[in-house]
Design a protein around this ligand. Structure first.
Ligand code: CP
Length: 361
């Protein structure tokens, strides 16, 4: 018998922060906890600063604008991109990084509270980036921190820097096609219930005009209702579907996501959904419009029984996944120089590098 999980087996998705708790970003000295903190002008400001980070991210120039500054990097869940690109971004600005990874290497494993941890570590750092499995935990930590805190992902809630780099990538890819973000048609596919990247991206897209969002997921893993309502009440169109092929036929972007197996009560339950939606070159050729952009926050699950975004798309020029990861450094550098209030000093602390080697591709 195939188990069919019902809503009772999945805990409710609770979104943070509540509207009354949102503190709009001022940049200098601000925490970055949720995309709800941003207005459209803030996002455009971040993107403009990110553009200026390109020579540094490409290692053509180096800057020491954050010479002497320390980033506390605290990742209590696995991470490759977010942890390393935040660290690289801080290093590229001349700062140093101190890392804690995993509860087992932290005194939280001995019962220390988030409050005490924040009070202690904010004495050692000028900024902190944190990932934690509990929704709202990074916000709770930031309330006790004496320095700005950036949310590197809090459970299934939010991943604001990922949404910013995704939107920066969308802007860049559309600009090459002579378009802006307004009037975007995007299909989001996979585990939309637990995927914090799509939660944050949907909220950020609400700042733009005439967006059409097609949400493709198993019925048990649909986008939380309050996010769907937020998109609709912002004046955008939302379609929900369980059929991949017809849903990706008339969109500018297919944004694929992994089944977030770490959020399920058991591996058996997660396995019910693995491999449900598979985008490969054959599906793409048969169903997508030419030049449809393919995105994924990564990691993609390349195991045989998953493959939501197949490796056979790797040579497809519309596959933007590694442009997304490169853009992550630009956007995270931009956040640091804005939050630490050195945006106007980056170039005056810079010089050309003497080891520059052209990237192969
Ligand atoms: N996209 C993302 O958050 O990747 P990591 O889990 O590797 O940081």
């Amino acid at each position: 018998m195939v188990l069919s999980p019902c809503a009772e087996t999945l805990p409710p998705i609770i979104m943070f922060p509540k509207h009354e708790e949102i503190i709009k970003v001022q940049f200098a000295g601000s925490n970055i906890l949720s995309v709800h903190q941003f207005e459209r002008a803030d996002v455009e400001r971040i993107f403009s600063v990110a553009d200026n980070m390109l020579p540094y991210a490409q290692r053509r120039r180096m800057t020491k604008v954050l010479d002497g500054a320390i980033l506390g990097s605290m990742f209590f869940e696995p991470s490759t991109r977010t942890r390393v690109s935040f660290g690289s971004a801080f290093n590229l600005l001349g700062g140093e990084v101190r890392e804690t990874t995993g509860f087992e290497n932290s005194s939280i494993a001995k019962g220390e509270s988030l409050y005490d941890t924040a009070r202690v570590l904010s004495g050692y750092s000028d900024a902190i980036v944190m990932r934690h499995p509990a929704p709202g935990s990074v916000s709770e930590f930031s309330a006790a921190s004496r320095v700005p805190v950036i949310n590197g992902g809090d459970g299934s809630n939010e991943h604001p820097s990922q949404a910013l780099l995704d939107l920066y990538t969308i802007k860049s890819e559309l600009a090459e096609r002579g378009r802006g973000i307004d009037k975007l048609r995007i299909a989001m596919v996979g585990d939309l219930r637990h995927g914090r990247t799509v939660h944050s991206l949907c909220k950020l897209l609400c700042l733009f005009k005439d967006i059409q969002v097609v949400l493709v997921s198993p019925k048990e893993l649909t986008m939380p209702a309050e996010i769907v309502e937020e998109i609709r009440s912002s004046g955008h169109q939302v379609l929900e579907s369980e059929a991949l092929e017809e849903s990706i036929a008339h969109v500018d972007i297919v944004y694929s996501t992994r089944i977030q197996e770490e959020r399920f009560a058991s591996q058996t339950e997660a396995d019910l959904y693995r491999g449900r939606f598979r985008l490969n070159q054959s599906v793409y050729t048969s169903h997508c419009e030419p030049n449809t952009i393919i995105m994924h926050p990564l990691p993609r699950d390349s195991r045989d029984n998953a493959r939501e975004l197949d490796d056979d798309l790797n040579d497809n020029p519309n596959l933007a996944i590694f442009r997304q990861t490169d853009n992550g450094v630009l956007v995270r550098m931009a956040l640091f120089v804005l939050v630490l209030d050195v945006v106007d000093q980056v170039d005056s602390h810079a010089r050309d590098v003497n080891w520059y080697i052209e990237r192969r591709f």
